[in-house]
Design a protein around this ligand. Structure first.
Ligand code: BES
Ligand code: ZN
Length: 636
């Protein structure tokens, strides 16, 4: 099955024809009340608790066992529960009666939708129909194709000896490893018992015990209610190193020391975040460093953020990703977007809080640099995203939640909150932040509920500063309002000036004071070079600054995008190494795109991808494939 981007959805294995058919998620009149990306009838039933008992089978590449859901009926006559699944085999369904006796249930499997997966319908038998709460047990197996799970052979791990499994449930992949109501609008607590090969350790987004005995059976509890996209599991040759009293890092032993060094500031981050945003509600905060194919920079699985090893730069220069994932413990995990269309409430808020943390823990200058780089990415993004989707809270009727928004939710959301902070003053806004997290704690919220809350607590409470229409412009209009605050950074301005002076030949490369620059300044310097530099001058630059040889993944990303755009062939071998070394989508996809778009190298890009793709994550591959098809179809 090919899952496509944007507005056309292709179904490849159509039995009747080879042509692509267009499918749409059901259109619903009011975009505010419905989650387009789930089949679950949450207006009739809601799940409250999940118990998992699963065996991790690396040979079959499957999880096998049961999910037991405690469900509450909210509509009296409702008689059928609809759950989300994808590529899951349901072996049996039964109701567990209060006596403990099992009552076999009748279920049927619905039609598969290319994005949403397959609905599972379970009849609630008459005997149970009057009960307000009941327990449904599903015996099942996942498929090796599960979109949430990556089963890595030993060769793709740091230690090369043991296999590794990790999940990535956001946005709608939890349904490919657990049959459940897969919508952020429903929060559940969970318990789990996981059986693994005895030499491996299992971790979950739950109460991991750093001192757990390695015996192949691991029990977990997540006592705080969480949305389904935060369900997470990892299994591998994983060890623990403490950072502070409540913080630590898990990784393969080969990376443990480097990880403990890189993320040594995590305990300080946690304490700073608590002082600024209110109590941390989750117990411990640990990090898990994954193998290179982990497709994101980080994922905010509660109590245990998952991170890409590409952050191990050796100088702590990429730890804003940790600040980001930690901040999600408030924005996202504590107060959750009700649907993926409201994703800016998770990502925009988190980007804003991330910058606030970076200011305090590192410096205003560093936060300014990162803020300006993000803003530049936002401007580039506006050039490619259709105007209707440039709203923070767009009207959505179909599409794939893995594809839309991204950068806009993050950086436009951040600028919106910086604008509010500026208008009301930091002191007032900080009180608002604390109250917002307190008032909506363990709840879900839509953009419209946020608008009303903001109106009541800031706009109307402090009249004459910002009106509701201005806020609506941020939420519903494309681009940026002309009163947005434009980020600035003295350090990056200097780097850009140096790039102009060196490009025009006014100064030598030895006059560029790059030794004292942050990696962020170096990236801005690279992005600010003249577009028509000769091969010799690019070689000179590369030799002097060591760009192709950089061990900083973000500098590499920036440089190799330029290398590809400029067709700077002397660095193509190292460009290819970059594409083999990293798996995080953000680090590789734009380099492929730049090659494919430079007018000469589409075939080369596809050749490299064909060779390297087996080490990438399926989600990364889908996203690169869809970029190639778009470029082939539209020319860019
Ligand atoms: N929750 C996201 C990752 C994500 C987003 C997964 C959408 C699936 C769908 C995570 O918190 C995130 O934003 N990661 C960023 C970090 C960066 C912005 C600091 C990433 O991976 O690049
Ligand atoms: Zn995020």
């Amino acid at each position: 099955m090919i899952r496509a981007t944007g507005f056309c959805i292709f179904v490849a294995f159509s039995l009747t024809s080879l042509s692509c058919t267009r499918e749409e998620a059901p259109a619903v009149a009011d975009p505010r009340s419905h989650d387009y990306f789930s089949f679950a009838n949450t207006d009739q039933f809601v799940t409250q608790h999940l118990n998992l008992e699963l065996t991790v089978d690396f040979e079959a590449e499957e999880l096998r066992g049961s999910a037991t859901l405690q469900i509450r009926r909210i509509e009296n006559d409702a008689s059928e529960i609809i759950l989300d699944t994808r590529d899951i085999t349901i072996e049996a369904t039964s109701f567990v009666q209060t006596s403990g006796e099992m009552l076999k249930a009748e279920h049927r499997i619905g039609e598969t939708h290319s994005i949403m997966g397959t609905p599972l319908f379970v009849k609630v038998p008459a005997d149970i129909r009057n009960e307000e709460k009941f327990t449904l047990r599903l015996d099942y197996r996942t498929s090796p194709k599960s979109t949430a799970l990556q089963w890595l052979p030993a060769e793709l791990t740091a230690g090369l000896e043991h296999p590794f499994l990790f999940s990535q449930s956001q946005a709608i992949h939890a349904r490919s490893w657990i049959p459940l109501q897969d919508t952020p609008a429903v929060r559940i607590t969970y318990t789990a018992k996981i059986h693994t090969p005895p030499e491996l350790l299992a971790l979950m987004s739950a109460d991991n015990d750093p001192g757990a005995e390695r015996d192949g059976t691991y029990e977990f509890e997540m006592p705080q209610p969480i949305p389904s996209y935060l369900l997470a599991i990892a299994v591998g040759n994983i060890y623990f190193a403490p950072i502070g009293d409540e913080t630590g890092v898990y990784s393969e032993p080969e990376l443990l020391e480097a990880s403990a060094f890189e993320f040594a500031d995590t305990q300080t981050m946690l304490e700073t975040a608590e002082a600024m945003f209110g109590p941390y509600q989750w117990g411990r905060y640990d990090l898990l460093i994954l193998p290179p194919s982990f497709p994101f920079g980080g994922m905010e699985n509660p109590r245990l953020s998952f991170l890409t090893p590409s952050l191990l730069a050796g100088d702590r220069s990429l730890v804003s990703v940790v600040a980001h994932e930690l901040a999600h413990s408030w924005s996202g995990n504590l107060v959750t977007n009700a649907t993926w269309r409201d994703g800016w409430l998770n990502e925009g808020w988190t980007s804003y809080l991330e910058h606030r943390l970076m200011q305090v823990i590192y410096s205003e200058a560093r936060a300014d640099e990162e803020n300006l780089l993000d803003y530049r990415e936002l401007l580039l993004n506006f050039e490619t995203v259709n105007p209707a989707m440039q709203a923070l809270a767009p009207t959505l009727e179909h599409g794939d939640p893995d594809d839309f928004q991204g950068i806009i939710h993050y950086h436009k959301g951040n600028l919106f909150l910086q604008y509010l902070e500026k208008a009301f003053g930091r002191d007032v806004f900080d009180v608002f932040i604390g109250e917002y997290f307190r008032d909506f704690a363990f709840g879900t919220i839509t953009s419209e509920q946020f608008l009303d809350y903001l109106d009541e607590n800031l706009l109307s409470a402090y009249p004459g500063k910002i009106n509701r229409e201005q806020v609506k412009q941020w939420l519903y209009a494309p681009g940026l309002p002309d009163y947005a605050l434009i980020p600035t950074s003295r350090n990056l301005d200097t780097a850009a000036e140096m790039a102009a002076l060196w490009s025009s030949g006014e100064i030598d490369i030895t006059d560029v004071p790059s030794a004292g620059w942050s990696p962020q300044a170096m990236r801005h310097f690279i992005n600010s070079l003249d577009s028509d530099l000769s091969t010799e001058r690019l070689n000179e630059l590369d030799a002097a600054l060591g760009l192709s040889a950089t061990s900083n993944a973000e500098i590499g990303r920036t440089w190799f995008i330029q290398v590809a755009q400029r067709q700077h062939r002397p660095a193509y071998e190292q460009l290819e190494q970059h594409l083999r070394r990293y798996g995080r989508t953000r680090l590789v996809r734009p380099v492929y795109v730049a090659l494919a778009q430079n007018g000469l190298d589409l075939e080369l890009a596809k050749e490299i991808f064909a060779e390297v793709r087996e080490v990438y994550h399926p989600l990364t591959n889908i996203s690169i494939e869809s970029a190639f098809s778009r470029i082939q179809e539209t020319g860019n």
